[in-house]
Design a protein. Structure first.
Length: 413
């Protein structure tokens, strides 16, 4: 069988703890792993394409789009491409099988649901959702696609749960109607901001009941969006990155009407009794000491960081908001990362620190899925193909997770 050809990516095998002696049995392991996903197939013979794509993503191919994968494994190029675009199979059922399998493998009550976006540059303007927008992989605005992803991390492992392609607002204009139809964008889809997409994805994950969690972790785009933070279910605590110029109060001010100066119009609007400051001023304040902590053991010894963790009051439109934790971590290059958490006031600092550590696995997911599995190698232009390609990459990543758990058995945090 072609899928047993020993052309696995050497890096992936080494990273998963696989020795040369174990390689011979991996084809059978992959076959058994993929069997439940065949329930999503509509027509006999389609199941081979699931295996072809997943093995292609796990292979040593330099570029992992449909055509090179089909050629590597002797499949029809058109048939392989059609499996992503127009072939009838139950994408939602495969998503459900994937999420249930991931949940069984790594779900833990102390886990974190993580939300982030990932974008890739694209040439031309015919691919679904392409526009000039900020592309994280480039660190600048350029022509490209951006997806909103929701992941999960626990002491057992990590993985991506779901995703949705962001469609810029201009795509919903009348002049884009032919292109929307050509790309197969659902007719009932309306414009959503990235935080609105994130909130919708989070609601779906929580409603599924599959992923136990204490935390929701997000980056600055979502952490500085008040509406998104307020949409998080009450039983979850957030750990949300914020920009360094975010304003806070060091204590809750009183709202008072300023005394009349005797000149001009009398102000009748209450103002805070103290001025807010930016979070970066807390980092610079020598009266608030840095705590030196060991985050874990790395290849070169202990991983040491410096942190500040204090209670502050959020500043919302120059008014006092909720009391939250401000967690600041100084990186090795001297820069700082700032985060808010609505964890209760009696939460030990080490618990907040653990939440900070659980934020990184979604970035690790992106690195592994892009650098090793071809997450960003989809060449098809349609809504369907983008979501199917990402799903099949998720499945390949889950197989790696299962191998890690079987052969390495090493906790993450």
């Amino acid at each position: 069988m072609m899928l047993h050809t020993p052309n696995w990516s050497p890096y992936l095998l080494q990273e998963s703890g696989i020795t040369e002696e174990m390689v011979r049995g991996l084809g059978d392991e992959l076959d058994n792993f993929l069997l439940p996903f065949h329930a999503a197939i509509v027509y006999a013979g389609q199941e081979k394409y699931i295996g072809t794509f997943v093995k292609g993503f796990l292979s040593d191919l330099q570029y992992k789009s449909a055509e090179p994968i089909a050629l590597r494994y002797g499949e029809s190029v058109r048939g392989t491409q059609r499996f992503l675009t127009t072939a009838k199979w139950d994408t939602q059922k495969m998503e459900s099988i994937y999420q249930a399998t991931l949940s069984k493998a790594i779900s833990n009550p102390m886990g974190m649901i993580t939300i982030d976006e990932s974008g890739e540059p694209k040439k031309g303007g015919k691919s679904v959702g392409v526009a000039r927008q900020y592309i994280g992989s480039l660190g600048k605005t350029d022509n490209g696609q951006v997806g909103v992803f929701i992941g999960y991390a626990s002491s057992i492992g990590y993985g991506l749960i779901d995703r949705q392609l962001y469609i810029p607002e201009k795509w919903f204009g009348d002049n884009y109607e032919p292109l929307r139809k050509e790309c197969g964008i659902p007719t009932d889809l309306s414009f959503q901001t990235k935080p609105e997409i994130a909130s919708s994805l989070l609601d779906k994950v929580v409603a599924s009941g599959l992923f136990d969690a204490r935390w929701v972790g997000v980056d600055c785009l979502y952490g500085s969006n008040k509406e998104f933070l307020e949409s998080i279910p009450e039983h979850l605590w957030y750990f949300a990155d914020v920009p360094m110029d975010t304003y806070i109060f060091l204590e809750k001010p009183e709202m008072v009407i300023p005394e009349y100066s005797g000149k001009g119009r009398r102000s009748l609007k209450a103002k805070p009794s103290i001025h807010p400051i930016q979070v970066k001023q807390v980092a610079d304040d020598e009266s608030i000491p840095w705590n030196k902590v060991i985050l874990g053991e790395g290849a070169k010894g202990p991983i040491i960081a410096h942190e500040k963790c204090i209670r502050v009051v959020r500043c919302d439109n120059n008014c006092p908001g909720d009391a939250v934790w401000l967690y600041i971590r100084r990186l090795e290059d001297g820069t700082c990362k700032y985060s808010f958490s609505n964890a209760p006031c009696d939460t030990p600092v080490f618990v907040i620190r653990e939440a900070a550590l659980m934020r990184w696995p979604i970035e690790q997911c992106f690195l592994e899925c892009k650098n090793e599995l071809g997450l960003d190698h989809c060449e098809a232009r349609s809504w369907n193909s983008w979501h199917r390609h990402t799903l099949l990459v998720f499945v390949a990543h889950l197989f790696l997770t299962m191998l890690r758990l079987e052969y390495k058995k090493k906790p993450l945090f």
